[in-house]
Design a protein around this ligand. Sequence first.
Ligand SMILES: [Zn+2]
Length: 341
Amino acid sequence: MELYSIGVDLGGTNLRVASFDPNWGLRDSVELLTRRHAGRDAVIADLCDAVESLIRKFGGRQECVGIGVATPGPMELPEGRLLDPPNLPGWENFELRRELEKRLKERVVVENDANVAALAECLLGQGKELKFSSLCMLTLGTGVGSGIILNGQIWHGMNGMAGESGHVSVDPQGPMCACGTRGCLELSASATGLVRQAREHIALHPGCALAAKLREKPNFTATDLSTLANEGDRNAIQIFETQGKALGRGLAVLVNSLNLPLYVLGGGVTAAWELFAPKMFDELSQGSSMSCPPSWVRTPAFWAPVWCRSARMGPRRRHGCRPVIKADSLKRDCQPLPGRA
Ligand SMILES: [Zn+2]
């Protein structure tokens, strides 16, 4: 029997469980909705049932080399203790790893989902393609997560909290975040943040065209908002431009601090790339020149790439990645920033 591993993506909306061969090839998968409203124990029972079904299907426990679980932070690692995950209410201070090892009687590794996305991008995606063993990945979804990979390893920081870039403040006058900081990147750049900004605009301007269109769909989503923006609604376009500026400020902090060769954006919100990317790069261009000496700015060899990974792509599929731009790296085949070549 061939060895296999099991990977679990425990999200606030979906619960995905899959088994993989030693070369990271997908063997089988189970996809369920996360029954958040049924409570934590029901979700854990669903997760364990799905894992057990794959173990039975692939020949038992002896060939199973381990189980990896990716879930939203914040959490303490390597203990796998969730702190207060906003997308999993009621899971505060839950010893996830210990509970799963007790139930499954297997070794379990728990990891922050953005860290796992970044590691996959490094090992199987653009990191592999461009031969970079270090990168930073931002995931734009319900929230904003990020993972930092240094020399092929996840950078965890002191206790697993590294890479909480969604809570970098990009607007000191902005709204208060649940984390206690004002103007966090997540409040502007996530799907939730886009909907919040639209609701605030409608409350201030109830007679505007955007309000009229969204009144027909009270539970509108970021996707509905991007549809309106693509149809030319000026207010919807402005919301994505605000998102782009916030992302540019957040990326500038990362670029200036980390000096990595590659930054990758992923998650469902990147479907609106054309709506937010131009303002993002404008802001990045303004905010990150401190990271490189003036002579570098004029040297094409020092443009660093920022890539966009489209939503719902498997880690081995690359056609959705678009090379774009950014300063201060060693990659030679990237476009220079407009006006700075
Ligand atoms: Zn915050």
